[in-house]
Design a protein around this ligand. Sequence first.
Ligand code: HEC
Length: 229
Amino acid sequence: MRRLVFISLLLAVYLYACKHNSLIPGGTPPPGITPPAVGASIICFETNVLPVFVSNCAKSGCHDAVTKAKGLRYDSYGEIMVTIKPNEPANSEAWKLIMETREDKRMPPPPALPLSKAQKDSIYKWIVQGALNTSNCSNNCDTTLFTYSGAVLPTLQSSCIGCHSGTAPSGNIDLSTYANIRTVALSGQLLGVISHSPGFPQMPKGGNKLPECKITQIRKWIDAGAANN
Ligand code: HEC
């Protein structure tokens, strides 16, 4: 009888734990990581995950197209997926290296700092949610907002100005000042390159086309006179 009670108790604890574990998508996360909430909206690969890999791993001399350290690149969905197992962070090589506590094994390696908690959370949630190639996400993008400072400049800063600034800007196009941006906007070049119109080189060069919402914001801003607003 006592044995039966003991077994029932064990079973109850087990079922409780199982049930509660299954409430957390992907099971219990590693310490310090916030899992996706039940029914949470899907993490956007293009907006929240790709820029983290590109800016921390695909640097020149590391995992960019030229150096390809260890044969790995981290500049596109297909290349990133080589070391990611959908739904299984614990079996995803990239995630394990991001979470590595031994400094000499961690990615990105010192002197680079480990990824931030927010960056780790995004990558963890994205893997648990199936590591989908979600793009054109409308996160933080509202086509009724199309001012220069609130919509146009932030997009150009994250996707264009890295190449189009400095002493030798790509294509001899410097987009680091309002005056220069206004010039390419009013000439039709800006919309031509970002909407991949025939006769224009496709921008951002080597990257994904901007989300439609961001292109719409820029088009509306140009149509309204490309003001410094
Ligand atoms: C990785 C570097 C890189 C990025 C990122 C990039 N460009 Fe370019 N861009 C170039 C190069 C190189 C050229 C010269 C033309 C070519 O090689 O295709 C160019 C040319 C241009 C031109 C001149 C087009 C013409 O008609 O000759 C414009 C305008 C332009 N880029 C705008 C942009 C905008 C807007 C973005 C962001 C959405 C962007 N670029 C992102 C490298 C880049």
